[in-house]
Design a protein around this ligand. Structure first.
Ligand code: DGI
Ligand code: FE
Ligand code: FE
Length: 202
């Protein structure tokens, strides 16, 4: 399928709100890909398709996963909002004919993130946050950060999600925790080393 065909199919398949969101995420993903030297076409396709199963009823998504022998964990069982990231790549592959594993993986981890994200995965994770129609407090600052330092934007997104989930007493997916800790430990480690170097100098 061409990019235009993906776009038409997504607009036909999703509600007006979700289609607009998908077009906006694709647009932000393209801009981020240009800024950070990622493949623009992969970014656009992943952006367009990232929420392709978001409006499929949970029951149908669970059936689809059973049909394809895909295991989910207690986290997805307890939070059905997480299912669309697991079923998204299945539908992207079977209905949209996407075979590019990098694109499929960006769809797979767009909701939780994970430790060791690729550039494309980071771009889709951040594009989903800064998408034009988003209005949450702090989105303007995140839009600026996204084009200054992608890792900082990923970290801010993860921290925002964590705070929101914890405030509501909801379970946090282990991939979200791992993604957050990867950067949190790296920052803490860098700080500890800098402190030691300062101390060693005197
Ligand atoms: O699909 P979108 O609305 O565009 O955005 P998304 O795929 O990031 O989904 C966001 C929803 O998923 C939001 O309601 C928070 C929820 N979510 C994200 N990470 C986690 C999570 N829910 C749980 N329980 N645990 C997580 O780690
Ligand atoms: Fe999503
Ligand atoms: Fe989304």
């Amino acid at each position: 399928m061409t990019i235009n065909e993906y776009r038409t199919a997504i607009v036909a398949q999703l509600s007006e709100y979700r289609a607009t969101h998908s077009l906006n995420v694709a647009k932000a993903a393209v801009q981020l890909a240009q800024k950070y030297g990622a493949d623009v076409q992969q970014a656009e396709i992943a952006g367009l398709l990232h929420d392709c199963t978001k409006e499929m009823p949970a029951k149908e998504q669970l059936q689809l996963l059973e049909q394809f022998d895909i295991m989910i964990t207690v986290a997805e069982h307890c939070a059905h909002k997480l299912l669309h990231a697991v079923t998204g790549p299945v539908v992207a592959r079977t209905e949209f004919g996407v075979t590019d594993e990098a694109v499929l993986s960006a769809i797979r981890y767009h909701t939780t993130g994970k430790a060791g994200m690729t550039l494309l995965e980071k771009i889709i994770y951040v594009a989903d946050f800064i998408s034009e129609e988003r209005t949450f407090p702090g989105v303007e600052k995140l839009r600026v950060t996204a084009f200054e330092n992608l890792d900082d934007a990923v970290f801010a997104g993860l921290a925002f999600t964590l705070q929101d989930l914890v405030a509501k007493g909801k379970p946090v997916h282990p991939d979200t925790v791992a993604a957050y800790n990867e950067q949190a430990f790296a920052l803490a480690w860098a700080k500890a080393r800098a402190k030691k170097e300062r101390e060693d100098r005197v």
